[in-house]
Write a protein that binds this ligand. Sequence first.
Ligand code: F3S
Length: 79
Amino acid sequence: AKYTWVEKDTCIACGACGATAPDIYDYDDEGLAGVVYGGDDNTGNTEIPEEMYDDLQDAVDGCPTDSIKIADCPFHKEG
Ligand code: F3S
């Protein structure tokens, strides 16, 4: 299983992730990215389906500040 979460403290709102994986990431009022897939609300607790793994990895690779985290278990973050 794969889970993802965005570290907003280091996100510079570059916008690459939402362009690469719009079903997984979207932006808040400040333009900072967060996980929206399945109503995740950037908690990192929603399992990302296997068919989205390519988009997920492309987003991780494309983030200039390494703000997109992925792991095999839930992150349990708050927003
Ligand atoms: Fe932020 Fe990285 Fe996305 S800087 S907007 S998390 S590509």
